[in-house]
Design a protein around this ligand. Structure first.
Ligand SMILES: Cc1ncc(COP(=O)(O)O)c(C=O)c1O
Length: 388
């Protein structure tokens, strides 16, 4: 019966990893894969993660099952980081295998409660649409970002929200928009919150890069203002980037509700969806995050290292923007964008030419991972782009 299956295309980003590996040129540069890299090109393990792992190795007494909700202490600590300590809001969380697991549980929950449509600003992280479709939701796309002018299309976003029906869900990136780096101001977040509340929409906020944009607090300021203004929301958190735990599959989904009883009901539904899907989330990454957040010294060290990563990303951003604006004036805006990604106005042919002629790898969408660049490579890469 297996011959009834059609072969699925490789994920373009994962295929790019394979192509990059096969390239034997010593000066090749990977601007594709969405992981942080340091000045040596490595994706480091945080010092605090190593220390927390060491402590865990010495103190952990069992590996018995932990339950579909995961680790309550991890969920509490992480929520304080996201929402602050005094939100005054009823909340319930479930630990998930990464941010992807959180988004899938959220999508399954939405579908199960009768939500049929989810608004999605494009371009977005490609897995958003795939996850929502797999859960049976209809995607309502709207244009969010214009590549040639590097502008967030806020008016189009507002139009889309105003055109949505009560009971529709809306996906929002908390900050560090993937793939555009486009920024929403706090004033714009307030406007979004007002429409979401007035039109009875349910926001699903994706927070995958806290600390990679302007700062740990700054990167959740919009999210917090929205949570304060709407009756209900879902927040999907990934610990993959902020704690460098990518392969440990560490994340959480939170429901903010009108009452604690409602929040607890949502939790029980999320836990039951987890149970029939993967039963329980992996423990290690969450235990490490909890270990860091419960220890003031480790937490301070984690924050210091995260500050350094953010400073590096921002410095490369400035240098790229300064270099590229002579050919594409709109790319001056890259300096003010957030997070690891930006979208270059390149044709597929130009992207493939950079790959073939110079060993510079990026997806054909023109999305680049700023953190894939070493400071010493910026000038050479800029001149390759400008010569296209
Ligand atoms: C916008 C966005 N959301 C969610 C995720 C999910 O991350 P993970 O499942 O690795 O935690 C990613 C990862 O690249 C992302 O870019």
């Amino acid at each position: 019966m297996f011959d009834m299956l059609a072969r699925q295309p490789d994920d373009p980003l994962l295929a790019l990893i394979g192509l990059f590996r096969k390239d034997e040129r010593p000066g090749k540069i990977d601007l594709g894969v969405g992981v942080y890299r340091d000045e040596t090109g490595a994706t480091p393990i945080f010092r605090a993660v190593k220390a927390a792992e060491k402590a865990l190795l010495e103190t952990q007494e069992t590996k018995s099952y932990i339950g579909p909700e995961g680790d309550a202490a991890y969920l509490d600590r992480l929520w304080s980081l996201v929402a602050g300590t005094e939100t005054g809001r009823a909340v319930a969380g479930v630990q998930t295998p990464g941010g992807s697991g959180a988004l899938r549980l959220a999508a399954d929950l939405l579908h199960g409660m009768g939500v049929r449509r989810i608004l999605l600003g494009l371009p977005s992280w490609p897995n958003h649409a795939s996850i929502f479709k797999a859960a049976g939701l209809e995607i309502v796309p709207y244009p969010f970002f214009d590549i040639p002018s590097q502008a967030v299309l806020f008016n189009r976003m507002i139009e889309a929200l105003e055109g949505a029906g009560a009971g529709d869900a809306v996906l929002l990136h908390a900050s560090c928009h993937n793939p555009s780096g486009g920024v929403l101001t706090l004033e714009q977040w307030r406007e979004i919150a007002e429409i979401v509340e007035r039109r009875g929409l349910l926001p699903l906020i994706d927070l995958a890069y806290q600390g990679f944009g302007r700062g740990l607090e700054e990167d959740v300021a919009g999210l917090r203002s929205l949570l304060a203004a709407v009756p209900e929301a879902l927040v999907a958190v990934s610990s993959s980037k902020s704690f460098g735990l990518y392969r440990e599959r560490t994340g959480a989904i939170y429901a903010v509700a009108r009452t604690q009883a409602l929040a607890d009901t949502v939790r029980s539904n999320l836990a039951s969806l987890a149970r029939i899907s993967y039963s329980m989330p992996p423990d290690h990454g969450a235990a490490v995050v909890r270990g860091i957040l419960e220890d003031d010294t480790l937490k301070a060290d984690w924050m210091r290292e995260l500050d350094g990563m953010r400073a590096r990303i921002r410095a490369i951003r400035q240098a790229l923007a300064a270099g590229l604006k002579s050919r594409w004036p709109a790319l001056a805006a890259m300096a003010g964008q957030e997070g690891m990604f930006s979208l270059l106005p390149l044709s597929e042919e130009q992207v493939l030419r950079l790959r073939a002629d110079h060993g510079i790898y990026m997806p054909t969408s023109g999305r680049i991972n700023i953190a894939g660049l070493k400071t010493s490579d910026v000038d050479a890469v800029v001149s390759r782009f400008i010569a296209l």
